[in-house]
Design a protein around this ligand. Sequence first.
Ligand SMILES: [Zn+2]
Ligand SMILES: [Zn+2]
Length: 129
Amino acid sequence: MLASVLLALFLPCLGMSGIFIVYICLLWYVSSLNQPDPPLPVKPVTVLGLSASELEKLPKVTGKDLVMGTDCAVCLDEIESEQLVRLVPGCNHGFHLQCADAWLSRHSACPVCRAKLDSDFFNALENPC
Ligand SMILES: [Zn+2]
Ligand SMILES: [Zn+2]
């Protein structure tokens, strides 16, 4: 009699602890699923400006060929007619070669009109149809 009473008490406890263990296992499984992925290998920080090879592809003229004014918006100096000028394709704004390169290596937009120098332009240069 006593044994069966103990058994009657013991069995539900066993069942409860079994369910509890399954529950803990499920929690552990779900939390292990939700772990953030291991960080991907860090890519070098993408520079927003143009690379040296891209800069080389930009049209280069001299000051006397400028059509959009002869002031360099980067250094605010006048561009002499014999000085080398880097032209921004599209808007044709020109800047001293070194000013344009310094600016464009950090920004991929024209400093005057913010025209974007996107990769389409360079792709078009590389694959002329
Ligand atoms: Zn300049
Ligand atoms: Zn421009």
